[in-house]
Design a protein around this ligand. Structure first.
Ligand code: ADP
Ligand code: PRP
Length: 180
């Protein structure tokens, strides 16, 4: 059976990549979409494919992206290879912009959304602790924290203010309900 494409959205620093990675480690039915980003691969954090702006545009023109968007002064894409993962029956998690949800819904037959939330103070603390962005970049990311989901998009909301393990369990229970 074809897998589900699950968009994981929420403000920068809320824990999208951490939750996704922990879910994939817990359950073999889950695969991760590896994003292509115009950020040096040495920047750390999630596993992503870092490319130059020119390389990004070349790959986009060659049809190598299922989805792409711009945010935080960077370009991001989900490679078309996710379709093979889905055809192999994996449920695929992808860290997506809330602004890319409409395109994403149109692109994938089986589509779900996890919307992660956390208090602004928690976000600020996590972004500082992650240490990847400057103070100014962090301030701009926090300004986007309250962005709403587009009309017509239904999401499963999960508060990731507390322990990561708790969030992961709630998300897994939602994806794979235990039959009584
Ligand atoms: N539930 C949690 N409790 C504590 N720290 C967390 C939790 N979830 C994520 N973090 C930490 O917060 C920071 C941001 O997480 P990350 O997964 O990079 O967020 P995002 O992908 O949403 O930008 C990381 O340093 C991560 O280790
Ligand atoms: O439009 P928004 O919903 O605010 O999302 C903006 C960007 O932030 C998210 O990534 P993340 O927070 O992981 O930032 P990063 O990709 O730079 O790490 C998401 O994947 C988008 O690329």
């Amino acid at each position: 059976m074809t897998g589900r494409f699950i968009a994981v959205v929420g403000p920068s620093g809320v824990g999208k990549d951490s939750v996704m990675e922990a879910m994939a480690n817990r359950d073999p039915r889950i695969g991760l979409a590896k994003r292509v980003i115009t950020r040096p691969s040495t920047a750390g954090g999630e596993r992503f494919n870092g490319v130059t702006e020119a390389e990004f545009q070349t790959r986009k023109a060659a049809g190598q992206f299922a989805l792409s968007w711009a945010a935080h002064g960077l370009h991001y894409a989900i490679p078309v290879s996710v379709k093979a993962q889905l055809q192999n029956g994996q449920d695929v998690l992808a860290n997506l912009s809330r602004a890319a949800l409409i395109d994403s819904k149109a692109c994938f037959a089986q589509f779900d959304v996890f919307n992660l939330t956390a208090d602004r103070a928690v976000l600020a603390h996590r972004l500082e602790a992650r240490g990847r962005e400057t103070a100014e970049q962090i301030a701009r990311r926090l300004d986007r924290a309250s962005a709403q989901l587009p009309d017509g998009i239904e999401a499963f909301d999960i508060d990731n203010s507390d322990a990561l393990e708790q969030t992961v369990q709630i998300a897994l229970n939602h994806l794979y309900p235990v039959k009584a």
